[in-house]
Design a protein around this ligand. Structure first.
Ligand SMILES: *Cc1c(COP(=O)(O)O)cnc(C)c1O
Length: 390
């Protein structure tokens, strides 16, 4: 008989009942150090008092009201996100895939509106991930996820990541823009180099096309700045956010410049739930914490420490780990042994991690981790590697 929950996930046999900061507690009462954060979602850990307060206060007033009316917390969140970024305007949605769908629509509409309706194609990169809707699957072009779901949505070309020459060569008369992750998350933590990201910006300016960034995973502080593209000192024209944005409350956003969003007039896009009051209470609470002075100093200090300790682990277990990878607290280890087995063994050892492409184990701790939790995680990894029977 088919399971009551459609079996699209390979689930581990553990049920979490409670969370406290960087820890998850299972129904069996076991405490796990959470370096998965629900795949980069619970950016401020579990049960953060400020988030609980903001959400419960809003819950007592109003949960939902349609986007046919003014929504004050949504207005506030949009003003804060635009003030803290390159963007002039924000569209709120509910997930990463939806944010990227919105970003793709904005890029196409820009050209239709500015006299070039023939420009609708986006050039994306192999090894990328943009979501599971039909357009975002086609955008990433991963055969494994596309197969069996009919003809892929048209309008996407693919070139290797970190290859500026290939990107330039792929631009044609129908190209509307370039779509990239600043660091490929699901793909295995390949970091876009500063030269690459700057080169993409220059290329878009030269060709009159838009730079669309998928910061669904890298955004909201994950790499040690609010948005990962800031490391390269450049800005996209359009950007998708989700994962950490609501600190665990499902929400996404598309950010754009005034120029790029020129065609997005009333009726061109919409969402029933997008910008919901509970979601916006969460976003504002997350921003309160992340925009506080010094927040990212601590994040970068912990990221530096974790990176250094992971380098040591890799050096002491060369038959288990190939290298340390990633940026900020979007970090991980490329394994020599199968990454799925590593994730399982680490979990049995009390550390939650997440697999990724290229045989990588992702370590995505909440941005609030402290030195002792870095030490605890490294100790578990070192122990599991030491006990591995090859
Ligand atoms: C997770 C992810 C998405 C999809 O987000 P969903 O909320 O699962 O739809 C898109 N892009 C990137 C880079 C992601 O990491």
């Amino acid at each position: 008989m088919i399971p009551a929950i459609l079996a699209t996930y390979a689930r581990a046999n553990v049920t979490f009942e409670r969370g406290e900061g960087a820890y998850l507690i299972s129904t069996e009462g076991r405490k796990y150090l959470d370096f998965g954060s629900g795949v980069a979602v619970t950016a401020l850990g579990h049960a953060h008092p400020h988030l609980i307060k903001a959400l419960t206060e809003q819950a007592q007033k109003l949960w939902h009201c349609s986007n046919l009316y003014q929504i004050a917390p949504q207005q506030r969140a949009a003003e804060r996100l635009t003030a803290a970024s390159f963007a002039d305007t924000v569209f709120f949605c509910n997930s990463g895939a939806e944010a990227m769908e919105g970003a793709i629509k904005i890029a196409r509409k820009y050209h239709a509106e500015t006299g070039h309706p023939e420009k609708y194609r986006l050039i994306a990169c192999t090894g990328s991930f943009h979501g599971r809707t039909l357009a975002t699957l086609a955008a990433a072009g991963n055969e494994k996820y596309i197969a069996g779901f009919g003809p892929p949505a048209p309008g996407f070309d693919h070139v290797p990541y970190n290859d500026l020459a290939a990107m330039r060569a792929a631009i044609g008369p129908e190209t509307a823009g370039i779509l990239v992750e600043p660091v490929q998350g699901e793909g295995g933590l390949t970091v876009g180099t500063v030269e690459y990201l700057r080169g993409l910006r220059a290329l878009c300016d030269e060709k009159g096309i838009l730079l669309v960034m998928d910061e669904v995973q890298t955004g909201m502080g994950r790499t040690g700045k609010l948005f990962a593209h800031e490391w390269a000192g450049i800005a996209p024209d359009v950007m998708g956010l989700a994962k950490g944005l609501g600190g665990g409350f499902p929400t996404g956003a598309v950010l754009a410049t005034e120029r790029a969003a020129v065609g997005m007039t009333p009726g061109t896009h919409g969402s029933t739930f997008g910008g919901n009051l509970l979601a916006m209470a969460s976003v504002n609470a997350v921003l309160d914490v992340m925009l506080a002075p010094g927040f990212f100093d601590q994040v970068n200090q912990m990221a530096g420490l974790l990176r250094q300790r992971l380098e040591e682990v890799v050096a002491s277990h060369p038959k288990i780990f190939a290298e340390q990878r990633g940026k900020g607290l979007l970090t991980g280890l490329r394994c020599v042994v199968p990454n799925t087995e590593m994730v399982e063994k680490l979990r049995n050892g009390g550390l939650i991690t997440v697999g990724a492409g290229e045989n990588v184990v992702r370590l995505l701790p909440p941005l609030i981790i402290e030195e002792r939790q870095v030490a605890e995680a490294v100790q578990i990894i070192d122990k599991v590697a030491g006990q591995w029977t090859l």
